[in-house]
Design a protein around this ligand. Structure first.
Ligand code: ADE
Length: 239
């Protein structure tokens, strides 16, 4: 998979060279290219923002650098380097990102993330980008960050780990919170007794069917308690 990121703070993404995603890049499974949007701002100060038409607080990102940057990256597509891109703009005004979104985006050949700052990006950029690929405005959740960088990092990590070959043991992907619509069951390791707290007996029993049933119960119990919104309303009502 190819991922391009456009940001005025490219060093945010240095962390993505670490751990599993770093290895995936070394192995050629993930081709991650982070570019500074100011490369496409040509005045003396490399300006990327201006005051909003109609007045109001804050600044808005100018359309011209975005247009040129997207043209150049989409130009790679024309040269046959990658398939038609999915262009994602992180935004608190977008659809909410979930594991389902991550699974969907992990099947794409080419993602472009456009990280906005300030009060946002000139609306015409989204319209223009939709001529180059599928445009998605995606929110990490109902709270406001200072820009799209942290949201993009979270999304790249959630998507990247679903690309085949990135996580060594694919079974570990299945047993995670949200993969089956429930929260994950609790995990324990040695020692069996620690600071007067013991591991549940069933996990030491060697009875695999009993362990599986206990884990499933725990998943429902935790989900009912912490995230009843994830359960069909009948299941949630039984709590
Ligand atoms: N930019 C600012 N806040 C955001 C959020 N909640 N999700 C995605 N991008 C954002």
């Amino acid at each position: 998979m190819r991922i391009d990121v456009l940001s005025i703070f490219p060093s945010y993404f240095d962390g993505l060279t670490l751990s599993l995603l770093g290895k995936a890049q070394d192995a050629g499974i993930l081709d991650l290219r982070v570019r500074d949007l100011r490369e496409w701002a040509f005045d003396r100060h490399r300006t990327v923002d201006d005051t909003p038409y109609g007045g109001g607080a804050g600044m808005v990102m100018k359309p011209e650098p975005w247009g040129l940057a997207l043209d150049e990256i989409a130009g790679d597509v024309a040269a046959g380097e990658a398939g038609p891109p999915t262009i994602i703009f992180p935004s608190p005004a977008g659809e909410v990102f979930t594991q389902r979104t991550a699974r969907d985006l992990a099947t794409r050949e080419h993602l472009i993330f456009g990280c906005g700052r300030y009060e946002g990006i000139d609306e015409r950029v989204f319209e223009y980008a939709s001529q180059l690929g599928e445009v998605r405005l995606i929110s990490l959740g109902d709270y406001v960050l200072n820009g799209g960088e942290v949201a993009t990092m979270a999304m790249i990590e959630a998507i990247g780990r679903l690309i085949p070959g990135v996580v060594g043991n694919p079974e570990s992907l299945v047993e995670e919170s949200h993969e089956d619509g429930l929260l994950e069951y609790p995990s324990y390791t040695k020692p069996a007794s620690w600071r007067e707290r013991t591991v549940p007996d069933v996990l030491l029993s060697g009875n695999h069917a009993a362990i599986a049933a206990w884990r499933r119960d725990q998943q429902f119990e935790r989900t009912r308690r912490r995230r009843p919104d994830l359960l069909p309303s009948d299941d949630a009502a039984q709590s």
